[in-house]
Write a protein that binds this ligand. Structure first.
Ligand SMILES: Nc1nc2c(c(=O)[nH]1)N=C([C@H](O)[C@H](O)COP(=O)(O)OP(=O)(O)OP(=O)(O)O)CN2
Length: 175
């Protein structure tokens, strides 16, 4: 059976750290992340403005910018369990415990928390585990998949998300 795949790439700059890492990756550092989303469809759409397409590249770009670029570009990607970093940032809040509790509730409820940190005012994006390339690939897959489905009116499916941390290291989530 034939099938078609389209892939869109977005790039962001972000900082992270891997708190449990035994070497240098436990220290706060940055990456030029490259994120690729691959979408598939066994056949091309037959009507409307997406006729002849799996999914309009432009629609995929809009969804990736909303889910990845807007909350994370020039941001700080942390684990909700990174108590050291979160305690530092909470120092900028009038009510640090309430701020931390709010973040924990949002990560438990929806799988992530986004916003501004009260110390530096920068973008802060929390995920449930260490922000490795693997965890981020799975996380962005889970956020993007329903948007791809909706945006293609149920025609296309998100197949995989690939996250490049460096030009030589990448991880892919493909359920
Ligand atoms: N399986 C994974 N291993 C590592 C991850 C990861 O997300 N998944 N992340 C890191 C660090 O964040 C680090 O920034 C990248 O790894 P490292 O080996 O240090 O990369 P280099 O700087 O040597 O990469 P070059 O492309 O060679 O410059 C560690 N491991």
């Amino acid at each position: 059976m034939s099938s078609f795949t389209v892939t869109r790439r977005v790039e962001i700059d972000a900082a992270h750290r891997i708190p449990d890492h035994g070497s240098r990756c436990r220290h706060l550092h940055g990456h030029r992340y490259v994120v690729e989303a691959a979408c598939g469809n066994p056949s091309l759409q037959e009507a409307g403005e997406e006729r002849g397409m799996v999914l309009d590249f432009g629609f995929l770009k809009e969804e990736m910018l909303a889910v990845i670029d807007a909350p994370c570009d020039h941001g700080l990607l942390l684990s909700v369990d990174d108590h050291v970093m979160l305690a530092l940032l909470a120092g900028g809040s009038d009510r640090p415990e309430a701020w931390l509790e709010g973040l924990r509730e949002r990560v438990a409820g929806q799988g992530y928390a986004e916003g501004r940190d009260p110390a530096l005012g920068g973008k802060l994006y929390l995920v449930p585990g260490p922000p490795t390339a693997e965890v981020l690939a799975r996380h962005w897959y889970e956020r993007l998949a329903p948007r791809v489905h909706a945006r293609s009116r149920g025609n296309a499916a998100l197949l995989a998300v690939t996250v490049w941390e460096t030009p030589n290291c990448w991880a892919r989530y493909q359920p």
